[in-house]
Design a protein around this ligand. Structure first.
Ligand code: 3PG
Length: 408
């Protein structure tokens, strides 16, 4: 992994923050328990505390998204405000609005040292679209709110790959800098990328299939993936493409993503590894079987031991390992085996190691393995894309803001 991204961005240390009204874009997009509708992992909220502590003398307006419109995790930010309040042991103001009069009045009413959390930014339609930075600056969100801010702090590294108005629009019209999370992620990742050695082994799970397919292609093309070991839903997509899974998976744009996986396998036949055995749910019990023994209605919930052994051998021979996304239905103890076993192999390898995403960072901590990994990040898709060497929209926005600042 050569060609580290040379990033020159401003940080909070470059600004006099006292009394300033600051828009802080964080990523508090957390897992939500489908039954209780409660936040089931608060790691991303915990991470925001460091930057908030650096902004103690400012009037802070936090903006974040939660889920995607229409999915199970799409929700308001009221619960996040409560979690943050507990973590910081102080009042966090919350307004059920994003860009309307209520939000604007709440921002104007802030006193020095106060923190206000806006509602889910994706309630504002514009935040669900990708824009060029110039067009993002013309959105109603940016034109209405930017008048109320002195500075924009970008700290949502997990969404650094999105060119949404709150990420690339505000820095066009306001001074902008990186928060502590972005500062640390970029510094650590660039250090790792500089020393990273081949073979590069990428272990990929997760469910955002179109994003994953795009990233896989870039990783291979940019010589950052010698072996791609597939797990989770993306593993199933590749097994469908190999005609090893007979039943449709019932996912969005299924034929299209399977066709893409098929053409990737054709283009790079020696790169991909897919599961040989799996675990299914039989009347509430874990049942392991070879992939070829699967029946029509069987749904994959985890990897089997042969796959774990096969993948662990490739991990043991790696110079660099990057693992992202759970290997199965990790939330359920009986299906957490694959995720835990692969994390164990990564932690005990001699390679330079990166663990990415909320589920894996939680599992790592539960196993007491976090100290054995070179870099642990709550970011998922953004981190995968960062490793491809592509410049992410947020990083570009921060670099442009730094250039503008210097030429003033
Ligand atoms: C993530 O969890 O990957 C980020 O919060 C980005 O979310 P998105 O893929 O819905 O834009």
């Amino acid at each position: 992994m050569e060609n580290r991204q040379v990033v020159k961005v401003l940080t909070l240390d470059d600004f006099d923050l006292k009394g300033k009204t600051v828009f802080l874009r964080v990523d508090m997009n957390c897992p939500i328990d489908p039954e209780t509708l409660e936040i089931s992992g608060t790691k991303r909220i915990e991470e925001s505390v460091e930057t908030l502590n650096s902004l103690k003398e400012s009037k802070v307006v936090i903006g974040s998204h939660q889920g995607r419109v229409g999915n199970n995790e799409y929700a308001g930010m009221d619960k996040h405000a409560k979690v943050l309040e507990k973590l910081m042991n102080r009042e966090i103001k919350y307004v059920e609005d994003t860009i309307g009069e209520a939000a604007q009045n709440a921002i104007k009413d802030l006193e020095g040292g106060e923190i206000l959390l806006l509602d889910n930014l994706r309630l504002c339609a514009e935040e669900n679209y990708e824009f060029t930075p110039e067009n993002a600056a013309k959105t109603i969100m940016v034109s209405r709110l930017s008048k109320l801010f002195d500075l924009c702090v970008l700290d949502s590294f997990p969404s650094a790959h999105r060119s949404h108005p709150s990420i690339v629009g505000f820095p066009q019209v306001l001074p902008a800098c990186a928060g502590r999370i972005v500062e640390r992620e970029v510094r650590n990742l660039d250090e790792i990328i500089t020393v990273a050695k081949a073979p590069h082994v990428i272990v990929l799970g997760g469910s955002k299939i179109p994003d994953r397919l795009e990233a896989i292609k870039l990783l291979i093309q940019n010589c950052r993936a010698d072996h791609v070991l597939l797990t989770g839903l993306i593993g199933n997509v590749f097994m469908r493409a190999q005609a090893r899974l007979k039943s449709p998976m019932g996912i969005k744009r299924e034929e299209e993503v399977v066709a893409k996986a098929h053409s990737l396998i054709g283009e790079y036949p020696d790169v991909f590894a897919t599961p040989v055995d799996i675990a299914v749910d039989k009347d509430g019990e874990r049942m392991e079987m070879d992939v070829r023994e699967m029946g029509k209605g069987d749904k994959i919930f985890d990897l089997g031991p042969k796959t774990v052994e096969y993948y662990s051998r490739l991990i043991a021979g790696a110079g660099t390992v990057f693992i992202s996304g759970p290997a199965g239905f990790f939330e359920k103890e009986s299906f957490s085996y694959g995720t835990k076993a692969l994390l164990n192999s990564v932690a005990n390898s001699m390679a330079t190691t990166i663990v990415s995403g909320g589920h894996l960072t939680t599992a790592l901590k539960q196993q007491g393995l976090d100290g054995k990994i070179n870099h642990v990040s709550t970011a998922g898709g953004a981190l995968v894309l960062y490793l491809t060497g592509e410049k992410l929209p947020m990083i570009r926005a921060l670099e442009d803001a730094a250039m503008k600042h210097k030429s003033r």
